[in-house]
Design a binder for this molecule. Structure first.
Ligand code: BGC
Length: 247
């Protein structure tokens, strides 16, 4: 069995687990370290090192990171410390002997996991995975190929703000609106994406996907809409799968 350590860097926690990359399953428990505040590169590298140490791991590590990631470098910082911009995630986390880190956007990682092993398995058309959490992350697939770093949570929306400020889970909490009102807003966003991309399928992931049954009737795009299957583990599993495919 080939196992790779997957690490998912989130706004509140840095989580890791060993992943069986053939089957897309966790091997044993997850280990979580609270995201340091401020989440500067050296502080988050410390959290990643704790996870690597916990698993007593050597080898390739996959990392899902909440920013645009190009060739291992963070190129944006919407929900993390701005000092990440221009920082190479792979070399910052990979200072430990015997460790090589491969990094990708967190929503792209979750999308890889759902497409390979979860809700999107066998779907070969145009598929959007949207992670609904502190921000809105998007992963776009066409014929099983990922178009990386789509960042459609940053479409400029009403009031000239990114749409994630309008209908992410973080926005729902900040604005103290009901889940029903939130779903109306999120539906507007889905209709807009549908108008632009004509997807066959939307897969909804992230924290809000747990409540899918509560709001699914309020979503009206023509495309099919289904909840993610790997829930909290998608980011970790997809990070490991990304590393396995790119090592
Ligand atoms: C970031 C994306 C990330 C998403 C989910 C957005 O604010 O710009 O890179 O995928 O949040 O974490």
């Amino acid at each position: 069995m080939k196992t790779i350590l997957g690490i998912d860097v989130g706004a509140s926690g840095v989580k890791g687990a060993l992943v069986d990359v053939k089957h897309g399953k966790l091997v044993g428990e997850r280990f979580r370290v609270p995201t340091p505040k401020p989440a500067t590169p050296s502080a988050v590298a410390g959290a990643a090192a704790e996870i690597i140490d916990f698993f007593n791991y050597q080898g390739t590590v996959g990392c899902g990171f909440p920013a645009i990631v190009k060739n291992g470098v963070a190129c944006s910082a919407a929900n993390i410390d701005p000092s990440w911009i221009g920082t190479n995630i792979e070399t910052t986390f990979g200072q430990i002997p015997g460790i090589r880190v491969l990094a990708t956007n967190d929503a792209d990682a979750a999308g890889i996991a759902e497409m390979r092993y979860g809700a999107g398995k066998g779907e070969h058309g145009l598929v959007f995975l949207i992670t609904i959490g502190t921000g809105l992350g998007t992963a776009l697939f066409y014929k099983d190929q990922l178009v990386p770093n789509t960042e459609l949570g940053h479409l400029i929306w009403k009031n000239n703000k990114p749409v994630e400020a309008y209908c992410s889970s973080g926005a729902r909490e900040r604005l103290k609106i009901s889940r029903k009102e939130w779903a109306g807003r999120f539906n507007e966003y889905l209709l807009h994406l549908e108008r632009l991309f004509s997807p066959d399928l939307f897969i909804l992931g992230g924290g809000e996907s747990k409540f899918f049954d509560v709001y699914k009737e309020l979503l009206t795009p023509q495309a099919r809409i289904i909840p993610a299957q790997l829930l909290n583990n998608a980011g970790i599993i997809g990070a490991a799968a990304f590393a396995a495919e790119n090592e």
